[in-house]
Every structure is written in structure tokens, then in C-alpha cells.
Design a binder for this molecule. Structure first.
Ligand SMILES: Nc1ncnc2c1ncn2[C@@H]1O[C@H](COP(=O)(O)OP(=O)(O)O)[C@@H](O)[C@H]1O
Ligand SMILES: [Mg+2]
Length: 259
């Protein structure tokens, strides 16, 4: 841990008790991870290896069986607006329009209404939903709903944004647009991000650090420092054809496929 550390996961193991007499599941085993200021960490691993478990522990939604999680020097317990969480299924209130969904967090926290209004509009614009501010979630496409969920998380000015396969349910074209959006958000808000994905190209094109996990019980096998995200904005993704990219892609795929 150093002065730049936003979150520190130390020796975390998570064991799920089996229902009735069924066996326990050791979902995570001795995971250590420091997230530093400005990092974009992507976590890749086989299905069922404990990725969501790890993200839920980092978000304060689930308590580790062993080990500890600290954020800015304080133990992580329960939800906190400093930690935004975005899931694969957008979490929006179906009876509220986009504007009210986004303004909900600041409203319940008692932020002044002019300030809430200003921030809500700012984030609606950042995610490109200006024309849909008064639409209800059922009137939006999947990608638009995820944009609204993202704005709803960001309006609280989080230090860390945690994303669990946020684009997993979207079609390929929408996914690419959303990847560009999340990169823009990460750069403009200067928050740190941890994103779970099973898409190696998504991880390599967004991350500053790619972390690979083993099959159950999930452990961290290897970490890679990458920098393609800083070329991705205006290069028309040409970096995907470089030897450096292809070699790294092959190595990562090999790691996450091995049992
Ligand atoms: N609430 C739970 N109770 C019991 N077992 C669980 C629970 N949640 C997840 N698991 C098990 O823990 C393992 C890891 O799950 P998860 O973290 O969701 O994996 P991933 O997100 O990598 O697909 C899986 O074997 C899963 O079946
Ligand atoms: Mg999962």
C-alpha cells in the first residue's frame, strides 16, 4: 500500500456455505490486490471462478470469510457512494424517468436541489442521453439503459467505479460504443475503475492493468501492465494488429483457459 492506493484487498478468501448438507464452495483463495489512483483494472477469468464474488467483496456487498478490504484507509463495509457499482443488468427504478433515476442518489443524500440538478444534467450529457431525460427505462434500448445506470453511479462522484461485466448483455456494436464511453468517463472523471469482463479484447483495449484469475477457487495468476487504452481513442483500433497486442492476447487467453 502507498499514498496512491485507493483500495487494498488483503489475503481475501470467500467460502460459501452449501445449502442443507451440500459441500461448501471456496470461491476465492488468498487474493491480494491494490487499486491505485487512476488505475483501470480489468479482471479476466473463466466462468464461475469467483470474479463477481471478488467485485462484491470490493463493493462492500459481501463480507470476506478471511482477510480484509480497505478503501482510503477505512474498512469496507456495506455500500458507500464513494464506490459506484455497475452490474450487467442496469439497476434503474422502472417507474422513474432517466432524470429522476440519476437524481435519486444526490436527492436522498440531501444535496441541495440546484446542485443535484446541475450534476444530473452534466452526467446525462456525458453519457449522451439528453434527448431521453424524460423517458422511462422501458422506453430505452439496452445500451441506453446501461448509460443511464452509469450516470446514476457517477453522479455521486465516486472515487472508484466497480463494473461487473457491464456490457455482457449488449450486442457487439453497442458494446464497442459503450467501451468508448467508459474510457471517456474514466479519463474525464479521473476515477479509478475495476471491471470484470470475459472479453480479452475489451480488457486489453480499456485497461492499464489486466489481471488473470484461475478456475475455482479463484486466485490471481498473473498481472499485465498495458497501455493500449491510450492509443485506442483515435487510432481506429490499429493497435489490435500489432505483434505486441497479439502476443499478449495469446498469453492471456492461454492463462485463463488453463485449469
Ligand atoms: N451465494 C452463493 N452461494 C453459494 N455459492 C455461490 C454463491 N455465489 C456464487 N457461488 C459459487 O461461487 C463460485 C464463484 O461464483 P462467481 O463469483 O459468481 O463467479 P464468476 O463471476 O467468476 O462467474 C461459483 O462456483 C458459484 O457457483
Ligand atoms: Mg460473474
Amino acid at each position: 500500500m502507498n499514498d496512491n492506493t485507493v483500495m487494498s484487498v488483503k489475503n481475501v478468501s470467500v467460502k460459501y456455505k452449501g445449502a442443507n448438507d451440500s459441500a461448501e464452495t471456496l470461491a476465492l483463495e488468498n487474493v491480494n490486490l491494490d487499486v491505485n489512483d487512476g488505475d483501470f483494472v480489468c479482471i479476466l477469468g473463466p466462468s464461475g471462478c469467483g470474479k463477481s464474488t471478488l467485485l462484491n467483496v470490493m463493493g462492500g456487498l459481501l463480507e470476506a470469510t478471511e482477510g480484509s478490504v480497505e478503501m482510503l484507509g477505512e474498512a469496507v463495509r456495506g455500500v458507500d457512494p464513494k464506490r459506484a457499482i455497475v452490474f450487467q443488468q442496469p439497476t434503474l427504478y422502472p417507474w422513474m424517468d432517466v432524470y429522476s433515476n440519476i437524481a435519486f442518489g444526490p436527492n436522498v443524500r440531501g444535496i441541495k436541489s440546484e446542485e443535484t440538478d446541475r450534476r444530473t444534467k452534466e452526467y446525462i450529457e456525458l453519457v449522451g442521453l439528453e434527448d431521453f431525460a424524460h423517458s422511462k427505462p422501458y422506453e430505452l434500448s439496452g445500451g441506453m439503459r446501461q448509460r443511464a445506470a452509469l450516470a446514476r453511479a457517477l453522479v455521486n462522484d465516486p472515487v472508484l467505479i466497480l463494473l461487473d461485466e457491464p456490457f455482457g448483455a449488449l450486442d457487439a456494436f453497442t458494446r464497442t460504443t459503450m467501451q468508448d464511453l467508459i474510457r471517456k468517463v474514466w479519463k474525464s472523471t479521473k476515477c479509478s475503475a475495476v471491471m470484470i469482463t470475459h472479453d480479452v479484447d475489451e480488457a486489453l483495449s480499456l485497461a492499464t492493468r489486466v489481471i488473470t484469475m484461475s478456475a475455482l477457487p479463484g486466485t490471481i495468476i498473473k498481472e499485465f501492465d498495458v497501455n493500449f487504452t491510450n492509443y485506442a481513442e483515435d487510432s481506429e483500433e490499429d493497435f489490435r494488429y500489432t505483434k505486441e497486442y497479439l502476443d499478449l492476447r495469446r498469453e492471456v487467453l492461454h492463462l485463463i483457459k488453463q485449469k
